[in-house]
Ligand binder design. Structure first.
Ligand code: BT5
Length: 267
């Protein structure tokens, strides 16, 4: 990243509301994982709204032990939340709230995206961004959450593996010529609204998410979760962010997993 783009300079470019919630931004050219760097800061008592940002990761993580490929020139950021008295059952809603923030931020830059349950940001069936929320709990409940977001900004997908490339896209690939700081500002501005809104349970996260979701309603969807596979007709997102599927055994609310819409069978 440009030398003049320090965290302090970036923070100074946030709109006042967002600058009030985002406490500080630490900028790195390269880290193992911004989530791990921020967890370290959380252990040392960093406040809510602390942000770690990098343009390359050497050990970027996805969910369930997967890798988030993190070549240079894209945006990898993590935000620290310290929600007070938030029920653990609301945790599943946070990736949805963050997805809305990313969608709105990218929308501000001219890129229309769609949200795929629970944590993917897509442009026409290709993943442009992913979200990973990791919570640390203690005796008093949820102590902190490190919310990580990876957004493919750079134009060339050459930095991605052959396996990931066919299902990935980037901002530049989609014709949006924003730089990493610009994308960071757009997304942080929206996160500064949606993270506190999620914690206070004020704005309707589910309605905002559904508005931008892939139109799966009424389609047959398969969710792999742990060792199980659940297939049913997608009906709704429940108030806690679970995907409600209508199965032959009845209605099932799936809280986490890997979802895909099955192609309709032709006779
Ligand atoms: C995610 O996991 O989508 C969460 C990604 C979160 C990444 C951020 S970057 C900042 C912070 N620090 C971290 O270490 N992580 C967070 P999941 O739903 O498990 O998706 C992972 C899958 O997405 C992989 O198995 C690949 O198929 C695909 N993938 C990996 N890298 C990709 C990329 N750069 N672009 C598009 N798809 C990718």
């Amino acid at each position: 990243m440009d030398e003049h783009l320090t965290g302090r300079a970036l923070h100074g470019r946030l709109p006042p509301d967002a600058a009030g919630w985002i406490r500080s931004i630490e900028v790195h050219d390269v880290v193992t994982s911004t989530n791990d760097a921020l967890k370290e800061q959380a252990r040392r008592g960093a406040p809510e709204g602390t942000v770690v940002l990098a343009t390359r990761q050497t050990a970027g993580r996805g969910r369930m032990g997967r890798t988030w490929e993190s070549p240079s020139g894209s945006l990898y950021l993590s935000v620290l939340l310290r929600p007070q008295g938030v029920a653990p059952s609301r945790l599943g809603l946070l990736p949805l709230a963050a997805g809305v923030a990313v969608a709105e931020g990218l929308g501000d830059l001219g890129l229309e995206v769609q949200l795929k349950w629970p944590n993917d940001v897509w442009v026409q069936e290709r993943k442009v961004a992913g979200l990973l929320a990791e919570a640390a709990s203690g005796p008093a409940g949820v102590e902190n959450i490190v919310l990580g977001i990876g957004i493919n900004v750079a134009g060339s997908l050459d930095g991605l593996s052959e396996e990931v490339r066919p299902t990935a896209t980037s901002l530049l690939q989609e014709g949006v010529t924003a730089d990493v700081p610009g994308v960071a500002l757009a997304v942080l501005t929206r996160l500064a609204h949606w993270c506190p809104a999620w914690a206070r349970a004020t704005d309707d996260v589910v309605a905002a998410w559904r508005y931008r979701a892939l139109p799966w309603w009424g389609r047959t969807v398969e969710v792999r979760s742990g060792g199980t596979v659940i297939v049913g007709i997608a009906r709704e997102i429940d108030p806690m962010g679970a995907l409600v599927l209508e199965t032959p055994e009845g209605s099932v609310a799936v809280v986490a997993g890997e979802a895909r819409a099955l192609r309709p069978r032709h006779p």
